[in-house]
Design a protein around this ligand. Structure first.
Ligand SMILES: [Zn+2]
Length: 674
C-alpha cells in the first residue's frame, strides 16, 4: 500500500501527479483551528498557489517530483556525453533520446505497430482471439503493494507472495480491459461522470480515424458497448481491496469449468504461463464474465477493440496527432489539465517506467548522502519503538494478540533510500531511434522478469518503488517497507529545522507505512506474510468495530454535492494515517526525554507537530482529477487526510478545541485503533 496517489497509470504512459514547504506557515487567522484546521494551517498557501497549467494538481510532493525529474534529466544529459558510461547508463540515454526524437517518430507513423496490427487482422476464430489476448498479458497490476488496479489489457498479471504459502511466488490475475479508469465511468449516472462518458466514444472515433480505419463512428460505438459490458462484470473498487474476497486459488482446469468462453490453453500459452498449474484470481466474477464475452461478442468488434487498445497504449510514442488526442481525453477531459506537460518531462516519466532501477542507481549515488540515510534509519527505528510501546499500552487487546503483533513488528523488513540490489537490465534491448519498439520491449522485459520469479523463493529485500519516487510503500504480504530517497528530503525531512516538524511530516509517513502491516488488510497477515487470522476473536471484533467507525467518519465527507467519499474504499489508508500520526506523536514525545520543546514563532511544540502534519497535506487539485481520485483511489483527498487530527486527544489539548467547534468529536467518537 503506497503512501499517496501520485500516479494515474494508463497503459504505457504514467502521468506523475503529485511542493515546497520548509518551516512553520503563516496561519490563516480568519478561521479557528477547531473549525477548519486544514484551512487555518494552509489558508495562505492555498490562496497564493496556482496549479501549473500542465498539471491536474499541485502539492509539496509534486514540487519534489518536478525536482527529481530535473535531476534525472541532468543525469541523462551528462551520460549522453560520457564516452565511458556503463551499459545501463547508455540504455537510459538511448531510451530517452529516442523518445525525444519527434522527427523520427513522425516519420515512422504507425509502422512500429504493423506486425501487431497484422496479428489482429488475422484473428479468425475464438482460438486466435484467445492467443492475441494472451500475448498482451503484462505484469502491469499490483493488488496490495504499489496498488495499481488498472490495466487496459483484458487481464493483468501480478507476481507476488502466495497468500497461503509465503515461501513462494504466485501468479495473480486481475480484471482489466476498460479504456476509462473504472467501471463507474461506464455505469454511474451522475452528471459529471456522464459528461466524461459522452466524450469517450468521439475520442475513440477520432483515434480510429487518425489510424486510417474506416467507418470509425460505428466502430467506436460498438467498442464502447463491449467495454460497457466488461464494466458490468467488473468488481467494484471497494471489493477489489477486500483480500478475503480476492484470495481465490484456481487450478488451470478451473478456468475451463468456471470461466468458459476464452480458449484458456491458447491464452495461457501465449502469455508464457502454459505450464503454470495454479493462479490466484482476484475478481473471480469478472474473469468469468470477461471470458464469456470472448464467446458471445462478435469477433469483428473484438478486433476493432484490440486495435484501439493497442494504439491507445502506444500513443505516447506515436506521432503528435495521437499524442494530442490522448491528452485531450485522458488529461483534459478526465483530469481537467489545460496544457500538456513538456515533452522532456514525459520523456523522464517513460524512462523511469522502462529503466527505473538503472536511473535510481545513478540518482541515489548522487542525491542521497550517507548521513541522511543514517538519520532516516534512526527515525524509522524510533517509530518502530513507539509503535511497540503503544501495543504494550493498548487496554483493549489481550496479551496473546499483543505478543503476535509484536512478533510481526520485530520482523519488518525496512528499506531506506534505495535497494541493496538492483534489477539487471542486460537482457533488455534498447535501440537508438526506436521509441515505441523500446517501450514495447521494456514492457515485455518487465513481464518476463516477473514470470521468472514463479517457482522461486521469495526475495523480501526486493523493492517495488524506485529511489527517485516521491512516495513510500508498505508491502503487506512481504511485511516489508520501502522509503525512497526522493521523499526523504525537505520539506518532509529537513536537517535544518526543529525536529518536531520532521516528526509531524516524514515521521507520520513512516508511522503510516509501519502501521499498514496492521491496517484492516495487514491485520489479516501473520508475521510470515501468510493470510492467517492471528487475532483472539474478541480483539479482532474490537478492531473491526473501531475500523467501521472510521469508515463512517469518512463517509460523512462530501467534497461535491453529488459525490461523497467511500469510507470503506479508503479505510486501509485512513487506519494507517491515524496510527501513523499517533505513533509519530509518541515518538516525538519520547525524543524529548522529559524536556519541553522550544517555542517557535509563538507556537509550542505540540502545535508545531500538528501544524507540520496538516502542512504536509497541502494540495490543490482540479475538479475532474479530484473526482477521479474519489472514484478510483484508495486514498482520501489530502484535506481529509489532514483531518485525521480530529481523532487525537493531543490535538484537542494543543489548540484548545472544544465542543461546538466544527471538527470537534466527543471522546467516544474519536476513533482509537492502535
Ligand atoms: Zn498507505
Amino acid at each position: 500500500m503506497k503512501f499517496q496517489s501520485i500516479a494515474y497509470s494508463l497503459g504505457l504512459f504514467t502521468i506523475a501527479v503529485c511542493s515546497h514547504g520548509g518551516n512553520l506557515p503563516v496561519v490563516d487567522t480568519s478561521v479557528q483551528p477547531g473549525d477548519a484546521f486544514y484551512q487555518y494551517v494552509n489558508g495562505a498557501w492555498l490562496k497564493a498557489t496556482e496549479i501549473p497549467a500542465d498539471r491536474s494538481s499541485i502539492s509539496d510532493s509534486a514540487v519534489l517530483s518536478e525536482q527529481a525529474d530535473q535531476r534525472t534529466r541532468e543525469i541523462i544529459q551528462q551520460t549522453a556525453q560520457d564516452k565511458s558510461a556503463t551499459a545501463d547508463a547508455r540504455k537510459i540515454a538511448d531510451f530517452y533520446n529516442a523518445f525525444m526524437d519527434e522527427a523520427s517518430i513522425e516519420k515512422s507513423g504507425l509502422r512500429p505497430l504493423e506486425a501487431r496490427l497484422r496479428e489482429i487482422a488475422a484473428i479468425r476464430d475464438r482460438k486466435s482471439l484467445s492467443r492475441v489476448l494472451g500475448q498482451q498479458l503484462r505484469a502491469d497490476v499490483d493488488a496490495l503493494n504499489n496498488t495499481e488496479l488498472y490495466t487496459s489489457n483484458l487481464l493483468g498479471l501480478w507476481v507476488a507472495q502466495d497468500l497461503d504459502d509465503p515461501s513462494r511466488y504466485a501468479a495473480f490475475l486481475m480484471q482489466g480491459g476498460l479504456g476509462m479508469p473504472d467501471r463507474d465511468y461506464y455505469l454511474d449516472d451522475s452528471p459529471a461522470t456522464a459528461a466524461v462518458r459522452a466524450r469517450y466514444t468521439p475520442h475513440l472515433a477520432k483515434v480510429l480515424t487518425l489510424a486510417g480505419i474506416r467507418d470509425a463512428n460505428a466502430k467506436a460505438a460498438r467498442i464502447f458497448a463491449l467495454e460497457k459490458r466488461m464494466a458490468e462484470v467488473h468488481g467494484t473498487r471497494a471489493d477489489s481491496s477486500d483480500v478475503a474476497k480476492a484470495n481465490n486459488h484456481w487450478s488451470r482446469k478451473d478456468f475451463d469449468a468456471r470461466a468458459p468462453g476464452l480458449d484458456w490453453q491458447e491464452y495461457f500459452t501465449a502469455a508464457g504461463l502454459g505450464k503454470q498449474s495454479e493462479f490466484i484470481v482476484w475478481q473471480p466474477a469478472a474473469v468469468t464474465g470477461l471470458s464469456a464475452l470472448a464467446a458471445s461478442q462478435p469477433l469483428e468488434t473484438w478486433k476493432d477493440y484490440l486495435r484501439i487498445r493497442l494504439i491507445e497504449r502506444a500513443s505516447p510514442y506515436l506521432p503528435k496527432a495521437f499524442v494530442d488526442e490522448r491528452f485531450e481525453f485522458y488529461s483534459r477531459t478526465l483530469s481537467g489539465t489545460p496544457r500538456p506537460r513538456d515533452r522532456w518531462k514525459r520523456g523522464i516519466a517513460v524512462t523511469n517506467l522502462a529503466l527505473g532501477d538503472a536511473v535510481g542507481k545513478l540518482y541515489a549515488a548522487r542525491y542521497f548522502a550517507p548521513a541522511e540515510k543514517a538519520r532516516a534509519e534512526a527515525m524509522v527505528q524510533n517509530l518502530i519503538t513507539a509503535f511497540s510501546r503503544r501495543i504494550d499500552e493498548l487496554d483493549w487487546m489481550q496479551p496473546e494478540t499483543k505478543a503476535k503483533a509484536k512478533a510481526k513488528l520485530a520482523v519488518l523488513e525496512v528499506g531506506v533510500g534505495y535497494p541493496d540490489h538492483w534489477v539487471d537490465y542486460s537482457a533488455l534491448d534498447i535501440r537508438p531511434g526506436d521509441a515505441l519498439g523500446n517501450a514495447l520491449r521494456a514492457e515485455q522485459f518487465e513481464t518476463q522478469r516477473n514470470l521468472a520469479k514463479l517457482g522461486k523463493a521469495v526475495d523480501r529485500s526486493e523493492w517495488v518503488m524506485t529511489p527517485q519516487t516521491v512516495n513510500a510503500v508498505n508491502l503487506p504480504v512481504m511485511n516489508a517497507m520501502n522509503f525512497p530517497a526522493a521523499i526523504l528530503q525537505p520539506p518532509y525531512f529537513d536537517p535544518n529545522r526543529p525536529v518536531v516538524m520532521d516528526y509531524g511530516a516524514i515521521g507520520a509517513t513512516i508511522g503510516h507505512e509501519i502501521s499498514h502491516s496492521f491496517d484492516d488488510q495487514g491485520a489479516q497477515f501473520d508475521a510470515t506474510g501468510k493470510l492467517n487470522n492471528w487475532w483472539k476473536p474478541e480483539d479482532f471484533e474490537h478492531f473491526r468495530q473501531a475500523s467501521q467507525q472510521l469508515a463512517k467518519q469518512y463517509d460523512q465527507y462530501r467534497p461535491f454535492p453529488d459525490l461523497a467519499l467511500n469510507g470503506q474504499q479508503v479505510l486501509s489508508e485512513n487506519i494507517a494515517d491515524l496510527a501513523g500520526l499517533a505513533i509519530a506523536y509518541d515518538a516525538w514525545v519520547m525524543s524529548l526525554n522529559g524536556k519541553t520543546a522550544p517555542i517557535v514563532d509563538g507556537f509550542p511544540g505540540d502545535q508545531q507537530f500538528f501544524m507540520s502534519y496538516a502542512q504536509s497535506w497541502r494540495a490543490k487539485a482540479r475538479e475532474p482529477a479530484l473526482r477521479q481520485q474519489i472514484i478510483t483511489d484508495g486514498h482520501a483527498p489530502d484535506e481529509y487526510r489532514a483531518d485525521t487530527v480530529r481523532n487525537l486527544d493531543g490535538w484537542y489539548k494543543a489548540f484548545d478545541v472544544k465542543q461546538g467547534d466544527k471538527l470537534y468529536l466527543s471522546p467516544a467518537q474519536r476513533v482509537r485503533i492502535w
